[in-house]
Write a protein that binds this ligand. Structure first.
Ligand code: DGL
Length: 270
């Protein structure tokens, strides 16, 4: 029954929370590669090596389907993994596509040509590696035309959240929003393109202003996953036991995770 959820650290817990609420019967195994976070400052080869190692560990834990609840890994490693690494009886899915489908108001699996959509000025907040990959713009171009995307690499933000330094995290969000607004004064929509950022969603919304629609991934990914599992019930893995694995210090990671999700979370060593 088990399904794996991977992130470099705590950000993917925002996705885990939503998928667990949507699919309460599924035992999810969460993997936080805390020792190697943040991924956003690493190069693509490094991100690929770390993401494949973590995904292997989730396969070992009885998950046949693994969600990369990490935009940086989805942007820098997923396509390469799907093209040559994922075993035939396993699946690895990323978190970009559901978000882009929501933004472009498309239904899952709509492969018609790209067309004009309601929003034209979109701000993308993501890690330096995700911004550098241009994966978001590439996926968007398959589905929409005439959308102007201005990307802001939010250096330092994942580190601050992982450290639990929310004062620094808030200051960084406000300064990255200011920097974005200097390039694009009036975005209509903003994408939180890193699964850590929903933990700061209120600050993003406040800094952007009430008129800007903020898209974050958790609920969109949960709806897509439920739909996917409906269509592919064979992708429930043999694992029965939910759990939280980390490559970092389990006590420390559990402490921060418990603070973020406001419920007791106990990580064990991966
Ligand atoms: N949560 C990851 C993401 O969605 C954070 C990446 C990082 O470790 O820098 O991109």
């Amino acid at each position: 029954m088990a399904v794996g959820v991977f992130d470099s650290g705590l950000g993917g817990l925002t996705v885990l929370d939503a998928v667990s609420k949507r699919l309460p019967q599924v035992p999810f195994v969460y993997f936080a590669d805390s020792r190697h976070a943040p991924y956003g400052v690493r190069d693509a080869d490094d991100i690929y090596a770390l993401t494949t190692a973590a995904t292997d560990r989730l396969f070992e834990a009885g998950c046949d389907l693994v969600i990369l609840a990490c935009n940086t890994a989805s942007a820098a490693a997923l396509r390469r993994m799907q093209e040559g690494w994922v075993p035939r009886d396993k699946r690895v899915l990323g978190v970009f596509v559901p978000l882009i489908e929501a933004l472009t108001e498309r239904r899952w699996g709509d492969n018609s040509p790209p067309r004009e959509v309601a929003v034209q000025h979109v701000a993308l907040f993501a890690t330096p590696a995700t911004v550098r990959s241009r994966a978001f713009q590439r996926e968007l171009a398959f589905r929409a035309i005439g959308v102007d995307v201005e990307a802001q690499a939010c250096g330092g933000l994942v580190d601050a959240i992982e450290e639990g330094d929310m004062i620094l995290a808030e200051a960084l969000v406000r300064s990255h929003v200011d920097a974005l607004k200097r390039k694009m004064p009036n975005p209509e929509a903003a994408i939180l393109g890193c699964t850590h950022y929903p933990l700061m969603e209120e600050v993003f919304q406040d800094a952007l202003g009430a008129g800007v629609k903020v898209y974050s991934q958790a609920n969109l990914v949960a709806a897509s996953l439920a739909d996917y599992l409906d269509r592919h019930p064979d992708m429930y893995g043999p694992g029965q036991v939910p759990g939280f694995l980390t490559t970092g210090d389990p006590a420390r990671v559990s402490h921060h995770a418990t603070q973020f999700l406001r419920r007791q979370i106990s990580f064990t060593a991966a």
